[in-house]
Design a protein around this ligand. Structure first.
Ligand code: SF4
Length: 195
């Protein structure tokens, strides 16, 4: 499987299929275990990610790491992190439906190869592009969805938590559910000091 992932990485890193290729510095393939039990999907790389070539390295990423660590998860051991689109939209705007549609096959191939037991969708944009335009993060966060036969949990995007810290309580409740499911499906001995 690793060679398939390596081939996929090579292809994604050379991709020029949509207009975002014109303005990016880096293509952000993703990061984490390529056989992770959990796959996390965000919206798009931002400025810090475009500079460094890694996903979720700005303030949102630091908050995501804090949440993961509170759950006993690390990027290197438990998760793979990617985005709906692999290149930064200019001025950190949302990816357009056309950009998301063009890039989506890359993400779907990543999901197929990594084959996570649990998917986490970060924020409204990831939810809408993965599940459909009628889905709403405010009403669906914290509930399991089945997308392409895969258990999927939408949660608020860390950027939303930075804008409105009151959302952190709900998000922690959502991640506690995820920890329990991880123990059920991936590792019954998973250690988390808080859950
Ligand atoms: S956003 Fe996706 S489809 Fe567009 S150039 Fe980057 S990798 Fe290719």
């Amino acid at each position: 499987m690793n060679s398939e992932i390596d081939l996929l990485r090579d292809n994604i890193l050379q991709c020029t299929k949509c207009d975002l290729a014109q303005t990016r510095d880096h293509v952000i393939f993703g990061e984490g275990r390529t056989d992770a039990g959990i796959m996390i999907v965000g919206e798009a790389p931002g400025r810090d990610e475009d500079i460094q070539g890694r996903p979720f390295v700005g303030r949102s990423g630091q908050l995501l790491d804090k949440i993961l660590n509170a759950c006993g998860f690390t990027r290197s051991e438990h998760v793979f992190i990617s985005n709906i689109v692999k290149c930064r939209p200019p001025a950190n705007r949302m990816p357009t439906p056309v950009e998301a549609e063009i890039c989506m096959p890359w993400l779907l191939k990543q999901i197929e190869l990594i084959d996570p037991k649990i998917m986490i969708l970060l924020g409204a944009t990831a939810l809408r592009y993965m599940a459909g335009p009628d889905h709403r993060i405010t009403s669906e966060r914290g509930s399991w969805l089945i997308l392409n036969n895969r258990l999927t949990m939408p949660v608020y995007h860390p950027a939303a938590l930075l804008r409105d810290p009151l959302l952190k309580r709900d998000t922690w409740e959502d991640f506690k559910i995820i920890v329990h499911k991880y123990r059920e499906l991936v590792d019954p001995k998973h250690y988390c000091r808080y859950v």
